[in-house]
Design a protein around this ligand. Sequence first.
Ligand code: NIG
Ligand code: FE
Length: 400
Amino acid sequence: MSSLLVDNIAELVTNVPGAGEDGPLGIRRGAALLVEEGRVAWIGPGRYAPAADRRIDAEGGAVLPGFVDSHAHLVFAGDRAAEFAARMAGEPYTGGGIRTTVGATRAASDDELRATVQRLRGEAVRQGTTTMEIKSGYGLTVADEARSLRIAAEFTAETTFLGAHVVPAEYAGRADDYVGLVCGPMLTAAAPYARWVDVFCERGAFDADHARAILTVGQAAGLGVRLHANQLGPGPGVRLGVELGAASVDHCTHLSDADVEALATSATPDGSGAATVATLLPGAEFSTRSPYPDARRLLDAGATVALATDCNPGSSYTSSMPFCVALAVREMRMTPAEAVWAATAGGARALRRDDVGVLRPGARADLMILDAPSHLHLAYRPGVPLIRQVLHNGVPQCRL
Ligand code: NIG
Ligand code: FE
């Protein structure tokens, strides 16, 4: 059994409350961390570090859990740079461009789709992401949704069936028929490759009745529930998600007091059930020039908040979690500690995972080493490539 010691760590973010300094990041100073068989085997003061077969000198940098990007749409073809340019010239974002990507995705070969996922996941890993959720949703036929998920499953265990992204052109005016297809043959073909089911619950996409029907049959097929909710305007999505016990409701840009209250009280009072996480996607507001979600209001109410990229060719073509952290701090009034927690432990909660987003003995050895002494620098130095090394399951991912 080979072992790897990471030492000379100025600041180790564990996300284990009580493991170090006060606060949710559980910061330890002057620490070392031992990896065995892809897991964290030991954490302690550097001077007590055990001998190991190999060593990585963190050179006084900070070490954090790898980012958990719990919301990404990577299986697609083509791009929509012209649509982005039009938006920056004043056009609104409506989600209508999704159908353009659907056309390009259907026309692409498996290998083209696979290459795009590989490229974007590679970008993400170099920016510290070690767990990434990947959705379907640009196929929208039985065969194209199943192959999107088959390809996604080659890259991650966190795959999400989003057959209900929009009603495709061939079903225009027949949304009920399309929902029947999603709930029937499409779900049957997709479920073997999917862990989650998702719906774009929004005016112009799917209403609450459709969303409830799809999420309920998905749940009955053994999939966990998450949904796109309250992105473009107020609506019933957030409360529907909480009612169905969704792991996460994503976007949360337009919330009523009742939505915030529902999220804040979503964990079962006896503590046996997990909360529905509010996953905020500031890359989407940046790229659609829209008002950002009110993270402060959610945090102050006691909701659990995650940050994710929403990486997709339309509304948020970034794979960068550090960028999202910086946006959340600057534009959404999250503290750097809240944003780092939301991008790591928060993402893990949104995926109902307790083995990632945290550094403690037994957790996956998924971590990043910064070329900076503290997590603060992720927001303090926006746009700077601060991530020197990434370990995924204990395996170094970056060439130094
Ligand atoms: O999460 N909102 C729906 N889906 C994506 C956008 C997809 C697209 O524009 O292609 C999102 O923002
Ligand atoms: Fe999305």
